[in-house]
Design a protein around this ligand. Structure first.
Ligand code: BTN
Length: 326
């Protein structure tokens, strides 16, 4: 009932009478009043005026499925949204559900993660109510070796969505970190299930530092949030929806070509490492070079001091700026 009342308020966007709500939803005035009360308790600002009815003035910054859906303009992203108060890791949750048969267009969002996972076995801080911790599943028809490019597609979509929603100049640190003013705001972790010649599914996990006001000592030199940089609160549900829209677009282009040729140019415009000196750490080996851009497979091209151009695959190396994170 709560969901249906909210949906009507969102669709109408002006006063809607108690009578109209009752008739449309075929329930009593008391039932409507109770739902309005629940919504107000959740932080929805709903004006109630005698003889006029109810009007939605503002929504809280929550990731409820219907909040995200009210902004979504997508074909498949977010068809099925699971909202959780808390979870170990949204990537794990998607994998658990997929393994029991829930495959199609599943998106899991959580207010917090208590065992958020980063790349290379690191953990990912995911405090309650301030970030976007989300994972979704796709089932691309691809050869397994092409699947890592999906991470770059997700990075491109995320940087674009952040630019559109916040106006901040979000850039990409190859392959898939998003950086604002030299500090990291987004991390992406893709995990996949493959056969020899076949991708069963890919889970794309995206963590966006949205409205945090401070960071723990150990990461505050390298991490920031959109709120800190934009100096204003950002709507998480709008950002999720915008990401979905962008992801669908770039992902389709990628599938059509089976490589990154159609997004390469735009990706390079966003690439913070482009034409900069970077330090490449390959196991014990560390060397410096100039990052030139990416090829159609999303590999980084780095010109060594002797002029030779080395092709760097994501996952094999760590790329740093000479004087710090970027
Ligand atoms: C990185 O190390 O940069 C990747 C961080 C990925 C974090 C996101 S948050 C949502 C999803 N669930 C996880 O456990 N990790 C990813």
């Amino acid at each position: 009932m709560r969901d249906r009342v909210l949906q009507m308020l969102q669709e109408k966007n002006e006063f809607i009478s108690g009578q109209e709500l009752c008739e449309n939803l075929a329930v009593s005035r008391t039932a409507i009043w109770k739902s309005i009360h629940v919504l107000q308790e959740e932080g929805y600002h709903i004006e109630a005026v005698r003889n006029k009815g109810y009007r939605l003035i503002s929504s809280p910054d929550v990731l409820f499925s219907n909040e995200i859906k009210s902004h979504l303009q997508t074909k498949w992203f977010g068809d099925k949204i699971i909202y959780l108060e808390s979870v170990d890791s949204t990537n794990n949750e998607v994998k658990r559900r997929v393994e029991t048969g829930e495959l199609e267009n599943l998106l899991v969002v959580s207010e917090e993660q208590i065992a958020g996972k980063g790349r290379r076995g690191r953990s990912w801080k995911s405090p309650r109510g301030t970030g976007i911790w989300m994972s979704f599943v796709i089932k691309p028809e691809l050869e397994p070796e092409s699947a890592p490019m999906i991470t770059l597609v997700a990075a491109m979509a995320c940087a674009k969505a952040i630019r559109e929603i916040t106006g901040l100049e979000a850039s990409i640190k190859w392959p898939n970190d998003i950086v604002v003013n030299g500090k990291k705001v987004v991390g992406i972790l893709t995990e996949m299930s493959t056969e020899m010649m076949y991708v069963n599914y890919v889970v794309v996990g995206v963590g966006i530092n949205v409205n945090m006001e401070e960071f723990p000592e150990e990461i505050k030199e390298v991490a920031t949030s959109l709120k800190i940089e934009a100096k204003s609160e950002i709507s998480r549900s709008q950002l999720v929806a915008k990401f979905g829209e962008q992801f669908e677009k770039y992902y389709q282009e990628f599938l059509d070509k089976q490589n990154l040729s159609s997004i390469r140019e735009e990706y390079e415009e966003y690439l913070i490492n482009c034409n900069k000196e970077v330090a490449i750490q390959q196991g014990q080996d560390r060397w410096n070079g100039i990052a030139l851009g990416i090829n159609n497979n999303g590999e980084l091209l780095v010109k060594k001091q002797d002029g030779e151009v080395q092709v760097i695959r994501a996952g094999e190396v760590s790329v740093r700026g000479l004087y710090g994170y970027v």
